[in-house]
Design a protein around this ligand. Structure first.
Ligand code: SF4
Length: 254
């Protein structure tokens, strides 16, 4: 059984230090220059876990559908919705455009926020048809930054979804930032926690070679670490591959 290291927000109220007695010193002192260190994080994770074989999908179009359906939910829920779509042969752009909004929403119900997500899927396939005649190949031939801006203008596609689409469906070298990424960087003192999405993305993209395969593996390894070790309420550091890189001054680390 691994050791759970409770973080401050998981302590019972009785164990917390009254606000009046807390010092103002931050729990973690941000490291001055995180850029060179990010190479070491990848090496440690890859050495421990190897290739993650992401994204779990059969086609690039399925990746895109999955990237929208997984918003604000666990992958298992998105996967159930995708299974429903596959069962009725709706995993093509043309089929998704034809199906009624109500039927689509019903089929993707397991993913949560299903009415909103049905509209988002419709918005994407409309964009694909009107901008690229329905051709994903044509869409992904667009230069990375141009396509990223176009995707960000589609209803329901934010930075994390756009970058997931670019990287995992289109093999464009962009780094995907998610809550796990932010949590790990914060706990290791590499960020303050107030950085913008673009700021965190920039840390990785400026620090690492612009290599889609590297970004693919790195994000997948971060997700694995976030799920199994660096959880929201508890950091299970004892057998985490990143423990050797944990600053000694992080409260609660052992
Ligand atoms: S060692 Fe692992 S679990 Fe602990 S803070 Fe770092 S990433 Fe999170």
């Amino acid at each position: 059984m691994s050791t759970c290291v409770p973080l401050p927000d998981s302590l019972p109220a009785s164990a917390r230090v009254p606000a009046s007695r807390r010092t103002r010193k931050p729990r973690v002192q941000p490291t001055p220059d995180p850029l060179p260190i990010l190479h070491k994080y990848f090496d440690a994770l890859f050495h421990a876990h190897g290739e993650q074989h992401w994204w779990p999908a059969r086609t690039p179009f399925e990746v895109i559908v999955g990237a929208i359906l997984v918003q604000n939910t666990a992958w298992t829920n998105a996967e159930r919705a995708i299974t429903n779509l596959r069962a009725v042969r709706l995993l093509t752009a043309a089929a998704l455009e034809k199906v009624s909004l109500a039927k689509l929403a019903r089929l993707i119900r397991p993913s949560g926020y299903f009415r909103q997500k049905a509209r988002k899927l419709k918005a994407f396939v409309h964009f694909l048809r009107t901008s690229y005649r329905g051709s994903l190949a044509a869409m992904f031939r667009t230069p990375t930054n141009d396509l990223r801006q176009q995707l960000l203008r589609v209803h329901g596609i934010g930075p994390e979804t756009a970058d997931s689409i670019l990287l995992y469906a289109g093999n464009h070298p962009v780094f995907v930032v998610d809550a796990y990424t932010r949590r790990i960087l914060n706990r290791h003192g590499l960020t303050h926690g107030k950085e913008s999405y673009e700021g965190v993305r920039g840390l990785f993209e400026q620090s690492l070679p612009k290599d889609a395969k590297l970004f693919n593996e790195y994000h997948a390894l971060i997700v694995r670490t976030g799920k199994h070790h660096c959880q929201r309420r508890v950091a299970i550091c004892s057998n985490c591959a990143l423990r050797p890189l944990l600053p000694r001054r992080v409260e609660g680390s052992r």
